[in-house]
Design a protein around this ligand. Structure first.
Ligand code: IPE
Ligand code: IPE
Ligand code: MG
Ligand code: MG
Ligand code: MG
Length: 297
């Protein structure tokens, strides 16, 4: 199946799950559910769900086994975007081609919708009825590892250092790598690892998926930095030039555009090497990795 079709199919299935899992807009108090849905259904790429499902299938699992987890990942990812855009963080006004939540609704609504989304994700992961056949112990591991990936030793740690290094002129490659592997890489590696867990992968397979996810995750954020320099608003659905405006430490600012693209390409090669063990079953993961390096969105 061509990548675009594979992507579209998983995105559609994830959105069906999202619609089922998130309270309807008119559920009391409506403003919070409207806000959650406004950001969730604004049209993201659904890259993390695609990675989770592809990883599940790579180890021989059925896509359906990973879909509620894929939806939970997209819910978590959307919360990180809402909070990332807040005035206290990146102070952005455009996201997924629409006004950011704090501008469309209010800052309070954006903070609280982020909180509610994050909480909902763990309600989903703890709901055994959504994962028929999955051992309770596995779901417990999945929830704990997901929490670790996005907490102060993961996404949040990366976001903290990202902000600390605003306006720092002296290039610090080690800090930069910490920022990118944590604010973005950890959740992406969790997507592939968690998809593999739900597919019944063994330890060797899970290690391969984790390694693949780490490389793809870092490459993904390097290309995000590159696109912030050379992408256009219409394609990205967000305002380019945001990093320079906030004087962020990024791969282009530290290493330049050419070296940034080369580094991303090298990481994708390593990701591809990590999944060789899956043979033809790893083809969608390989396509996704190549897409990350070549993407314009
Ligand atoms: C944007 O993520 C934030 C980063 C971690 C770079 P995506 O590029 O996956 O955003 P959406 O989900 O498609 O909007
Ligand atoms: C965001 O990185 C990473 C997270 C949301 C955790 P960026 O700040 O570069 O993402 P964009 O460019 O706003 O999407
Ligand atoms: Mg940011
Ligand atoms: Mg940002
Ligand atoms: Mg960015």
């Amino acid at each position: 199946m061509p990548l675009t079709e594979y992507f579209r199919k998983i995105a559609k299935e994830t959105e069906t799950w999202l619609d089922r899992l998130v309270p309807p807009e008119d559920a009391y108090p409506p403003v919070i559910h409207q806000a959650m849905r406004y950001s969730l259904f604004a049209g993201g790429k659904r890259m993390r769900p695609a990675l989770a499902v592809a990883a599940c299938e790579a180890v021989g699992g059925l896509a359906g086994a990973a879909l509620p987890f894929a939806a939970a990942l997209e819910i978590i990812h959307t919360y990180t975007l809402i909070h990332d855009d807040l005035p206290a963080l990146d102070d952005d006004e455009l996201r997924r081609g629409k006004l950011t939540l704090h501008i469309k609704f209010s800052e309070a609504a954006a903070i609280l919708a982020g909180d509610a989304l994050l909480t909902l994700a763990f309600q989903i992961l703890a709901d055994r009825a959504l994962f028929p056949g999955a051992p309770a112990e596995l779901l417990c591991d999945l929830a704990r590892e997901t929490a670790h990936a996005i907490g102060s030793a993961g996404t949040i740690g990366g976001q903290v250092v990202d902000i600390e290094f605003e306006r720092v002129e002296e290039p610090d490659p080690a800090a930069l790598e910490y920022i990118h592997t944590h604010k973005t890489g950890k959740l992406i590696a969790m997507a592939t690892r968690g998809g593999g867990m739900l597919g019944g992968g063994d330890e060797g397979q899970l290690n391969a998926l984790t390694e693949y996810g780490r490389h793809v995750g870092l490459a993904f954020q390097i290309i995000d930095d590159v696109l912030d320099v050379e992408g256009d608003e219409k394609t990205l659905g967000k305002k380019p030039g945001a990093d320079q405006r906030k004087r962020k430490m990024t791969y282009p600012s530290v290493a330049g555009m050419k070296a940034s693209r080369e580094k991303a390409a090298d990481l994708i090669d390593r990701a591809l090497a990590a999944i060789e063990i899956f043979g033809p079953k790893g083809a969608p993961l390989a396509d996704l990795a190549r897409y990350v390096a070549a993407r314009r969105l």
